[in-house]
Each structure stands twice: as structure tokens, then as C-alpha cells.
Design a protein around this ligand. Structure first.
Ligand code: PEP
Length: 249
């Protein structure tokens, strides 16, 4: 049986100034007591250099990474820039970037590959809108599995790639997918990974759940079949809120 180590990750989105770095230190202290799980914080790029020395066992990462190594891409950051600042990983394909920056599956795959080549681990996000979910569970499973396969980078490997299933309708809304909904979607994604990558890599790749995870629901979600951890937005901004989720893993 494949044993997948639990992974609890926070996404600070466009939140956090230097005044909040104390929360990074406090989260690092909580994580230091848990050498049986992985913990990461995906911070605004402006905080990475200052947060990296405070992170300890917590992987400090970015929220996006451009697919090119350098060039005329105003406002973007390459994997090498993020790594030099102290990032050890990055998110790619978050639904907010797919929605507001019109990132396609091909863009997401290219970003994941560029991040890996630049030495970063990658959490690749996928998920369906409410509209797709309302067309039925089978439609939602097929949509997200297809999105995942189309977003997989060349050479996708569980050593550096993790998947996060985040139903768009559950992000920042307080609406959480139920454990049976999560288990069914994760089983569909596991099957898609096994088909795309083979049994060994497909079974070893971690699949996180994200969408309004909190200290109140984390234990149920983290003990759902095929859930290998959580990607947490709002509840990762303070040690007081993130601590119970780390404890539940
Ligand atoms: C996210 O942004 O990845 C997320 C899951 O947000 P929230 O936990 O706030 O729903």
C-alpha cells in the first residue's frame, strides 16, 4: 500500500505585510512539533525573502511562477527569481488565476514545468465551478479529471508535484464540499492520475482538498478517503486559526 505523508498548506493570497511575519514564526513553531507531516505557506512574493529564514520546517512558497525563464513579461516572476528570494515551492493554476488572469490548462502545465526546472516543488490546483457541479456529480468528476490531465506538466512526478482539488464554489464562501463529495472527486482524480502516470506515480501523488477548510471541519476532511492534506486560504493567515488544522492532520 502506498503511504502518502499528509501535507497542510496555507495560501495567503493577496494578504500580508511585514507586520504579519510574526504569524509565519508562530506557524513554524507549531510545525516544528510535527515531523510526521509537511507544512507549507504560499505567501505574497513580497514576503518570501523575509519569511524564508523564519520558516524552519515550513516550506515557504510563491503563489504563481511564470513559464518563461526571463524576458519581456512585465510584472511577472520566474522560478529562478522566486528560488533566489528563498521560495522552495509554488502554487500553479489556482482558480483565482484561471479566472482573473485567464490561465489555460496549457499555461498551468508550462508554469508547473518551469517551476520544477527552477528547483521549486509545485502544488497544481484544479476544481469545478458551481455551474458545472450543478450539472451533476458525474459531469463534475469528468470536468475536473480532464482539467487535471490537461494541466499535468511533462514528467509529472510525486516527488515534486502535488494536486489540490478546490471546488471554486467552496473557496472563500464558507461552503464546504461534504466528505462523500470530496471522497468521490478524489477517487476520480486518483484514477485519472493512475491512467496518465501509471500505478506507481499515480498512487503516490498527493491530492489535497481546499475550499473553506477551518479548524472546525479539518479533522473530518483530513480523514476522508484519498485526502492527503489541505490547501487553506483564509484560515491560514494566523497561527491561531491554522494551528488546529495542523493539529488535525
Ligand atoms: C484557497 O484560496 O486556496 C482556499 C481554499 O481558500 P479558502 O480556504 O479561504 O476557501
Amino acid at each position: 500500500m502506498t503511504v502518502r505523508r499528509k501535507f497542510v498548506a496555507g495560501n495567503w493570497k493577496m494578504n500580508g505585510l511585514k507586520g504579519q511575519l510574526g504569524e509565519v514564526s508562530a506557524i513554524a513553531e507549531l510545525a516544528a512539533a510535527r515531523n510526521d507531516i509537511d507544512v507549507a505557506l504560499y505567501l505574497p512574493a513580497t514576503l518570501i525573502a523575509a519569511a524564508a529564514p523564519l520558516g524552519g520546517a515550513v516550506l515557504i512558497g510563491a503563489q504563481d511562477c511564470h513559464q518563461e525563464e526571463a524576458g519581456a513579461y512585465t510584472g511577472n516572476l520566474s522560478a529562478a527569481m522566486l528560488a533566489e528570494a528563498g521560495a522552495r515551492g509554488t502554487l500553479v493554476g489556482h482558480s483565482e488565476r484561471r479566472q482573473y488572469q485567464q490561465e489555460s490548462n496549457a499555461d498551468v502545465a508550462a508554469k508547473a514545468l518551469a517551476a520544477h526546472k527552477g528547483g521549486l516543488s509545485v502544488v497544481l490546483c484544479v476544481g469545478e465551478t458551481l455551474d458545472t457541479r450543478e450539472q451533476g456529480d458525474d459531469v463534475a468528476h469528468a470536468f475536473v479529471a480532464d482539467q487535471l490531465v490537461a494541466s499535468l506538466p511533462e514528467g509529472a512526478d510525486p516527488q515534486w508535484l502535488t494536486i489540490a482539488y478546490e471546488p471554486v464554489w467552496a473557496i472563500g464562501t464558507g461552503k464546504v464540499a461534504t466528505p462523500p463529495q470530496i471522497a468521490a472527486m478524489h477517487a476520480a482524480l486518483r484514477a485519472a492520475l493512475v491512467k496518465a502516470l501509471g500505478a506507481e506515480a499515480g498512487n503516490a501523488m498527493r491530492i489535497l482538498y481546499g475550499g473553506s477548510v477551518s479548524g472546525d471541519n479539518a479533522a473530518d476532511i483530513l480523514h476522508t478517503d484519498n485526502v492527503d492534506g489541505a490547501l487553506v486560504g483564509g484560515a491560514s493567515l494566523t497561527a491561531a486559526k491554522f494551528g488546529p488544522i495542523i493539529a488535525a492532520a
